[in-house]
Write a new protein. Sequence first.
Lengths: 428, 428
Amino acid sequence: MTRITAVKTYDLRFPTSNTLSGSDAMNKDPDYSSAYVEVSTDADDGITGVGFVFTIGRGNDIVCAAIDTMAHALVGRNVEELLDNMRIAWDLLVHDSQLRWLGPEKGVAHMAIGALLSALWDIKAKRAGKPLWRLLGEMEPEELVSTLDFRYLTDALRPEEAIDILRDGQRGKQERIANLLEVGYPGYSTAAGWLGYSDEKMIRIAKEETQGKGFTLIKLKVGQNIDDDLRRLALAREAIGPDVRLAVDANQVWDVPQAIEWINAFHEYDLAWVEEPTSPDDVLGHATIARAIDPIPVATGEQMQNRVLYKQYLQANAFGIMQIDATRVAGPQELVLEYLLAAKFGKPVCPHAGGVGLCEAVAHFAMFDYVAVSGTTEGRVIEYVDNQHEHFVHPTEIRNGNYVAPTAPGNGTDMTLETARKYVYQGN
Amino acid sequence: MTRITAVKTYDLRFPTSNTLSGSDAMNKDPDYSSAYVEVSTDADDGITGVGFVFTIGRGNDIVCAAIDTMAHALVGRNVEELLDNMRIAWDLLVHDSQLRWLGPEKGVAHMAIGALLSALWDIKAKRAGKPLWRLLGEMEPEELVSTLDFRYLTDALRPEEAIDILRDGQRGKQERIANLLEVGYPGYSTAAGWLGYSDEKMIRIAKEETQGKGFTLIKLKVGQNIDDDLRRLALAREAIGPDVRLAVDANQVWDVPQAIEWINAFHEYDLAWVEEPTSPDDVLGHATIARAIDPIPVATGEQMQNRVLYKQYLQANAFGIMQIDATRVAGPQELVLEYLLAAKFGKPVCPHAGGVGLCEAVAHFAMFDYVAVSGTTEGRVIEYVDNQHEHFVHPTEIRNGNYVAPTAPGNGTDMTLETARKYVYQGN
């Protein structure tokens, strides 16, 4: 038997606001940051579990403080008992009767829980010698479902339905694993699209990302000025040609009536989706927008607080493309639930990534979905931006526009702390 | 000109889990707590602004950490400029482009902002020599509306509509102020209803609260065991007689199908409302429940994260009684918006209170509504529990079951720190 001996957090901040990489209509000057956590045990296997929350600067310390407080529930616990059914750790953290008041299940507290649960799954995957996508994809349907919390979901997805979905996902699994290891999973690029970039820089990067790197979808940020948006869309379409798909992202900048009016000026650009037209909390607003801008699909999810919101978006048909984020919700179990909900309602999931560590983290869930849930990559792409990958022990690799399937054991988000410690926040 | 010189937080925790006062189906052992903040200036008027976030124990330190981080945006600022239009402080905190990532507008970060904005409004009211309800009620409609943020609301409530509602509220205002000062505002009691209490204790307190103290509505906690619920409802109805209203509160314990089945066993008890049947995030779920249990009204709001959720509940007709909480959202400006939304959709608001400081705080908003928005107390009551009032400089007073209108300048939540400092958390 081994025990959890320590939980240590690092407030890491990268000064990305210097370059306006990452700038959009809502986030004018992000400093990409990570509230990074290491969970240690007294096993002599050399394994440390890692997790993190991505933020964009100020407030990263608050997330670290939340992780530190939540960690009290784990230190001293029996590791094998926790890893045997991760539902125990979920209940300890998500259903702590006092901590629950801080959400419930949203914001800083929920993201902190996600980092800790990710770190435990990282230990489980490392002990099993498998990358997380493969650990999840090779768990028996009943075993995986027993780790999941269906509270507040049963009007949309019941445990028996989840097991059925995963049973269906068993057929052809070995070929899909082989295919994934050979060709990878489709990515798309947001590198050209930041609002802080000049037209020339946008065009140059759009060409590099598509003709050079092989991405078949790029995304531009919009929503600050409609004339700029239309000019940039025309320039981008000209640069990438008719066969590359083009999506846009407003980062929540509009109200519902304004979103409809603005997006309806975009119809001629054959958009793959319009992302985050308004508040992520507004299920009914997104449903109204989705009806009004048809056939342009609405996409959202990078700031979706929890599974209860996803459930409603699916019930209300409020988006055409479901997005997810690796560090917004309570870790792998909630991400698996998100994919199961999407499968139940037949929506494709295109994960949000780009922020420090998000590409490394979210690829595992998209690949798990391909292997064991939806069984397809049709209409599915993972966001990619070439940011801060050099700080990871196993950085995301892109080949021919595809994410290469990770093979190292674990969740893939170990940072090379000799580099990253240079970025430990010193206060302001 | 004066400046903000310091923001100091206190992590105050009261060991209420010893008595099971406050226990319900979801919150088995709360330790009522306050993340309390003082905002000081260099004015020589002796005024300190106070605000707080109510929590139920673990995690109160995380809220204090969030307030400390947010405070950087205020220290050194010109006080008069901030007080002149509180929209500036709202924008500094709610729309900080980096901090926004922690929500947006929900959970720990949003509650921390609420405590700081409350403290600024407290300074404004104290400098004006008025209780907050009267300061808000006597502001010109245009002046008050200029402090409010309608982002994400304009599909339901536009600024010009808000001004119209407040203009209508001018008629008869002086008589209502006089009436409020004379008779107060109706309260209701939850003192009898905690799940941890024996039947005998529940009956005794139910009689004291109604026949003794004059409350005309009491509330029982339900949702742990249906046989217990039905027995307690029958006993309570017998104890209070047919003329006192009876509400129940499930504290989010059910899923949607289970809520409908459970509540439909309650029809014979003539319930004033069923509170928090499921997750506060589930707009569509509440709408489904509301339709299925008609004519019993659904009530919710004490954990409603922000104005975007209230908007949707109103648009979807998902509750019959709107509740609000004084420290869940971003302070007085968001609370005023909640009342304006309720007025637009014609729903009565019955505020949540009872936790340490919540009665003191929320009464000001209910009274502002009576004076300047809805103009009525018909169908409206403020929750009351006799908890921790002794720690306040101006504790809530109840007379004949009514909240007495506060007359002391400010928001009414100054704590007597000689007492409260005994409860500063020493760590675990």
